[in-house]
Design a protein around this ligand. Structure first.
Ligand code: UGA
Length: 487
């Protein structure tokens, strides 16, 4: 099989499918990227992928090329994994990479193969690809198209590819079904060996394409829902972390993706909800997705909230165009859009750092993995060598990405480095009580309090759980015996 496009998605899939035992060719027009991958270097940070790449290169199951001719000769199943970024100056998806990849490949095809779309696309793209393929290949070959979206999360991508929680297949024929089944046999066999089952949803093109954007729209909505509750908590005197815990115990709601903070970023959720709205509008169903505009606005407002909190804590004047920070030295901890990734695309942390700097603050950013990418995007910010260097002499510390290194940092030690002990916990990830005890004035988002919960109640101020950690049990104090008055 081949994976066309060796960005985050294609490279991860190529390596993992080689690991499953398939003969794999990764394809890209980016010569430097192909050279790096061929030399065993993953051009982004993804835990576990480097070693797996080198192992499969050495085993001879995995190769990389820039040649579409070689790709066409090699593959029986071709996965299209190129990017679909937001269109410059618009909100829809830019399909030019998809078009280039499909035509580049199709022109060289000489036998019956299956072309499988994996990129996140507007509904209707699979049909359009069929037309492109028909235009550039001999109809006698009987080349077919299928759609199988991916759901991998950066930082957990290897696991998500090898052990997906579902496989979705948009198909037109039994032949395509057989080919796609063969291409996923490695995953299904691994699951069977581990006593698991992977649900397979076989459907039409439109549904398969929509599954992906619907899933991301739901996740974005869940995050913005809890961030909207954070806004209400802030004015009503509630604590959103406790609220999230309490509603999350209801299995119909669930506690995952209910972490209030500076909101969602990255290369997927923000652009996908915009592209989804743009496509729905084109199809005449714009009204159905109007709420996604609100989801986006709530998300953006969380970034402004950090500036507002910073101004409050530092006693800065509001000013007509927002607060002015008058050279106040601010440490921003975090540049990536989430931990376990070096991706800074649409990162709330980096956007807030840049906004603080634009408002006059002397901002010093530190991130364990994202520095190289952050420097490229925001070259004018100051980048610290270490967590300590960022915090040293800071008048305010903002924790904006919940890296374990920040969550577990010792507030007593950091307190000695900082000029003033003011901290904004933009991810509600710190042990608020410990930071307060170390003399910090602590501010979480969504009214998260630093004072301990009243005795006899469940603790509400311990560090928030991982997004992925299962909920703990609610500790409801129960009397040993309970008497019920007879009615
Ligand atoms: C997302 C989806 O989760 C994947 O299923 C999907 O395959 C992928 O997009 C994609 O379209 O390719 P990813 O972009 O890696 O994956 O990031 P997420 O883990 O979804 O996090 C997105 C953002 O939401 C991050 O900035 C994160 O900090 C934020 N977030 C997440 C919250 O603010 N609160 C939460 O409770 C959870």
């Amino acid at each position: 099989m081949t994976f066309v496009g060796t960005g985050y998605l294609g490279a991860t899939y190529a390596v993992c499918f080689a690991e499953l035992g398939y003969e794999v060719l990764g394809v890209d027009v980016d010569v430097a990227r192909i050279a790096a991958l061929s030399a065993g270097a993953v051009p982004f940070h993804e835990p576990g992928l480097d070693e797996m790449l080198r192992r499969n290169l050495a085993a001879g199951r995995l190769r990389f090329t820039t040649s579409y001719r070689e790709t066409a000769d090699f593959g029986d199943v071709h996965f299209i994994c190129v990017g679909t970024p937001q269109r410059p100056g618009g909100t829809g998806a830019d399909l030019s990479y998809v078009e280039a990849a499909v035509t580049g490949l199709a022109r060289h095809l000489t036998r019956r193969v299956l072309i499988v779309g994996k990129s996140t696309v507007p509904v209707g793209t699979a049909e359009w690809i069929e037309q492109l393929v028909a235009k550039h290949t001999d109809p006698e070959l009987g080349i077919e198209v299928a759609w199988s979206p991916e759901f991998l999360q950066e930082g957990f991508a290897v696991e998500d590819v090898l052990r997906p929680n579902r496989i979705v297949a948009g198909l037109r024929s039994e032949w395509a079904d057989d080919m796609l089944h063969a291409a996923h046999l490695g995953i299904l066999e691994l699951a069977a060996a581990e006593g698991r089952e992977v649900p397979v949803v076989v459907t039409d093109f439109a549904t398969a394409e929509l599954v992906k954007v619907a899933a991301n729209a739901f996740l974005a909505t869940k995050i913005s829902f809890i961030n909207a509750m954070a806004e209400v908590c802030e004015v009503a005197g509630g604590d959103v972390t406790q609220l999230a815990r309490a509603i999350g115990y209801d299995p119909r709601i669930g506690n995952r993706f209910l972490q209030a903070g500076v909101g969602f970023g990255g290369g997927c959720l923000p652009k996908d909800i915009r592209a989804f709205q743009a496509r729905a509008q084109e199809l005449g169903a714009g009204e159905a997705l109007r709420f996604l505009h609100e989801v986006d606005l709530i998300n953006q407002r969380r970034r402004s909230k950090v500036l507002q909190l910073a101004a409050e804590l530092l006693g800065c004047p509001p000013g007509p165009a927002g607060p002015r920070f008058g050279d106040a030295r601010i440490a921003v901890l975090g540049a990536t859009f989430k931990p376990r990734s070096d991706d800074v695309r649409d990162s709330p942390a980096l956007a807030i750092a840049a906004a603080l700097a634009r408002s006059g603050a002397d901002v010093h950013v530190y991130d364990p993995e994202g520095m190289a990418n952050a420097v490229l995007v925001q070259p004018d910010l100051n980048f610290a060598e270490s967590l300590d260097d960022a915090v040293r002499d800071a008048e305010l510390v903002c924790v904006l990405t919940e890296w374990p290194q920040f969550r577990t940092a010792d507030p007593v030690r950091l307190g000695r480095l900082a000029a003033t002990r003011l901290v904004i916990d933009g991810r509600n990830c710190l042990d608020a009580a410990a930071w307060s005890a170390a003399g910090w004035q602590y501010r979480g988002l969504g009214g998260r309090a630093a004072t301990p919960a009243p005795p006899g109640r469940t603790a509400g101020n311990r560090a928030a759980p991982d997004h992925d950690s299962p909920a703990g049990r609610p500790a409801i104090p129960r009397p040993a015996t309970r008497s019920v008055a007879a009615r």
